[in-house]
Each structure stands twice: as C-alpha cells, then as structure tokens.
Design a binder for this molecule. Structure first.
Ligand code: GLA
Length: 362
C-alpha cells in the first residue's frame, strides 16, 4: 500500500494573477488530504472518500477519458488519467481519500486531492517525478478532466509548501522560491475565516475574468499583463470594465513585490495594510468579492487585525486576517458578532501556519 498527504493552501497575496503570467505568494496549510492506494489485478481504478460515505466510483485505467467521471471523484480519477497521459505506467488500484480541508472554503481541497492521489499512485507504480512536474500533472487533471479553467498556483503551493515559508511563484517565468514567514516568532497569527458562503456565480465569473484579462492584454499590446509595471498604462483601455480588471492585476503584481520587500526586511506586521488594499482591489476593480467576505474583512480590521482580504477565486469561501496574538480573541468575536447581527451562520475561524508540502507517509 502507498499513502500520501497533500495540504490545502492559503494565498497571502497575488490573487487572480496566476492565469495572467503574474505573481503569487501562497503557502501550504496544516489541513490536507490523505490518499491510500492499494493494488488490484483487473485493470480498474476505484475511488472512495471518507467524506462521501457509500459512494464508489470505478473506471478502466487504460481507457478512462475526460467526461467519464463527474463530481468529487473526477479529481481522483482525473489525476490517474493525467498521470497515464504523462507516460506513467499507472497500476490498477483502489484509491481511498480523506480530507481535513473544509470543502468550498477556498482552501483548494481540490488541488490537495490531486496532489495526494498523484504521489500515492506514483509510489505504487514505483515511479518518481519532480514536485514541479507533479503539480503540472495535477493542474492538467483539474483543467482537462474536471474542466475547471484554473491557474497553476494551488497545485504548486500544495507540492512545494514548507514550514514557516511562503512560496513566491512567478507564473510567467515559471520559477519559485521560498520566502521566510515566521508568524509566531513575530507574535502574529494568520486567521482563515470560512464564511460558508458559496455563490454559484463562481465558475462562470472566473471564466469571464479570464476572458476580460486576455482581452485587456491584447488591447494593451503586451505579451502579458506582467509586462505592465506602470499602473497608469491601463487607463488607455477604452472599456471601463476592462480597465478595472487590468488595474487589479497590475496593482496586485506590485503588491506581491512590495510584500516580498517587507518580508525580506523581517517586518510581517507591515504587510497588513497591503492585504487590505488587495481586498479593495478584488472588491472594486476585479469585482469578485461578496457581502459575506466584505463583512468579515471590515469586522476583522475594526477589531484589531493589521489587515485582511478575501482569498481564492471569490464569491464566497474564506477571508484571511493578519492578527497580533493579543487581538485574536477580539477579532474572532467581532467577526462572529457581525455575522450574528445579520442572521448569518457563524463563520469557522482557523488559525493556520505554513506547512510542509505533499509527501509520502508511512
Ligand atoms: C482559484 C484558482 C487559482 C487562482 C485563484 C485566484 O483558487 O484555482 O488558480 O486563480 O482562484 O487567485
């Protein structure tokens, strides 16, 4: 039997940039997915999930193709398909997954599933693959088998995460490096506030943002928006919607670079206002926030957070807040009270730290 664990991710800053050749700064978190792979002898692959009791999905390893499997199992079987397409001699196997990543919270439980399945199956096959290549295979499963047009940040964070570090991922250059993020040593906490909101808009709106940013790139005559370093340049776009969308990406890339300068100077607290500025940009320019996220961000900041912003695709999911140790209780209480005042279900608050990326476990 082979067993692997892969973490979910939180992105500190650099949101909706990974499909534009832009910059991101995510970390792996201490919540994740474990996959157990056991061999079979009949050419089949099966998928079961502790979180989906009673569901059992099967496919043929040699012939399974995009469109054959839907729902949660598509992430599992899709990874088997992508490994096979990458030339791995995938053995017939039973795959059983279990997750501690809250689903729908914007913490990339899907990338965690893909990366855990990939590592477990590779091990069962007696094969190895560099971590960055596993991330590519996992992304291909998500894009081509599941059919979600996501960027490459989530799988890279899940594969390359390190304790006490962020991953600076330049998606245009396709390079990564770690950046120290010793939260506790500086008396700080990163709270993930799971709003429980899931607005159905997300899939359509995500694709619409991609198309708008591609159009803005063409109209600006640049190879990618990463090439635009002067935010004033986007003002020449005639369409006010495209102008706002492009302004988000150009200013967000600049925020990633500013954050790295602050972190390399050893000042995590100074990143707080950059996060809040990023939230305003996602809310007003890219327009991917929602009331539940805005209320969480505003309540957290009013109660002593140094900064806060929505994370992930938007339209629900989670916000993050950078909080000094002595304000953690006040921030948690304030966000919960703000939700209660609106008659909303209480959010879940997770105190996260950067964790090790995907790995085999005994
Ligand atoms: C989702 C996608 C990522 C990224 C974020 C927004 O999480 O999976 O690739 O685009 O949204 O930053």
């Amino acid at each position: 039997m082979s067993r692997a664990h892969a973490p979910g991710r939180v992105n500190l800053i650099g949101e909706h940039t990974d499909y534009t050749g832009g910059l991101t700064l995510p970390m792996a978190v201490d919540m994740g997915v474990t996959c157990e792979a056991t061999p079979r002898t009949d050419g089949r692959v099966t998928a079961e999930s502790r979180e989906m009791p009673g569901e059992h999905v099967e496919a043929d390893v040699a012939s399974v193709a995009p469109g054959d499997v839907r729902g949660w199992a598509a992430y599992v079987i899709g990874t088997v398909w992508a490994l096979r397409e990458a030339g791995v001699p995938v053995p017939a196997c039973d795959l059983r997954i279990s997750s501690t990543v809250p689903a729908g919270a914007g913490l990339s439980s899907s990338a965690a599933v893909e990366c855990a399945v990939a590592l477990a199956v590779l091990d069962l096959a007696g094969a190895t693959m560099p971590a960055r290549e596993v991330a590519r295979v996992a992304k291909r499963a998500e894009n081509e088998f599941v059919g979600a047009p996501t960027g490459s940040m989530d799988q890279v964070a899940s594969m390359l995460g390190e304790a006490d570090h962020l991953i600076f991922f330049d998606t245009g250059e396709d390079t990564t490096r770690t950046v120290p993020f010793p939260l506790r040593a500086q008396g700080l906490h990163l709270l993930v506030i799971d709003t429980h909101a899931h607005h159905q808009l997300v899939v359509d709106e995500y694709g619409e943002r991609r198309r708008a940013l591609e159009a803005a790139t063409v109209q600006l005559g640049v190879p990618s928006l990463r090439a635009v370093t002067d935010a004033a340049a986007v003002e020449q776009l005639a369409d006010p919607v495209l102008r706002r969308r492009a302004r988000h990406v150009v200013t967000e890339n600049a925020r990633v670079l500013r954050t790295i300068v602050l972190l390399e100077a050893g000042d995590i607290a100074a990143v707080g206002p950059v996060l809040t500025e990023g939230h305003r940009s996602l809310r007003d320019d890219l327009e991917v926030s929602c009331e539940e996220l805005d209320v969480a961000v505003d309540a957290a900041c009013a109660a002593g957070a140094l900064g806060a912003r929505m994370v992930g695709g938007g339209f629900g999911g989670s916000a993050i807040a950078l909080v000094p140790t002595d304000a953690v209780a006040a921030v948690t209480t304030a966000v919960t009270a703000a939700y209660a005042a609106r008659g909303w279900r209480a959010p879940d608050v997770h105190d996260v730290t950067p964790a090790q990326g995907a790995h085999l476990v005994a």
